[in-house]
Design a protein around this ligand. Sequence first.
Ligand SMILES: [Zn+2]
Length: 160
Amino acid sequence: MKADRKSEGTPRRKGPLSARPRTGSAAKPAAVSACPDCGASYRNGRWTWTRAPASATRRKCPACRRIHLRDAGGFVTLTGPFLVSHRDEILGLVKSREARQKAEHPLERIIAIEPQGEGLVVSTTEAHLANAIARALRDAFDGKMQINPGERPLRARWHR
Ligand SMILES: [Zn+2]
């Protein structure tokens, strides 16, 4: 009789089978992705306008996602008689401020410029751009500016 099964109840060895080297994270290749909508590319933890290699993963950037969802990080409300009489000039400044900001910070963009009564509302992807636009308007044309810096989404106002 061979009922004497010594192996019974022997715990399975949890040997060092899973002993993978845990070091070497420095050698991890940087993931590069490219936004199919705007062409911005992501590498080393940030989005830039550097052209991505063809092998890059396609992934929508946060700015294009926000534009698509109309999920604004900031608003600037423009009002006043001066706005009505100088609309083109003011819009020109708003757009050139965006262009400047966007060149350096790809995620800072205007989502829309929409009429509201006799005024305009500029919505932006990031609060910082709304802030920058309101300040640029005040610097260029005087008028009254209101910003509550901690507010999210930021709601800046400019009136003249
Ligand atoms: Zn994009």
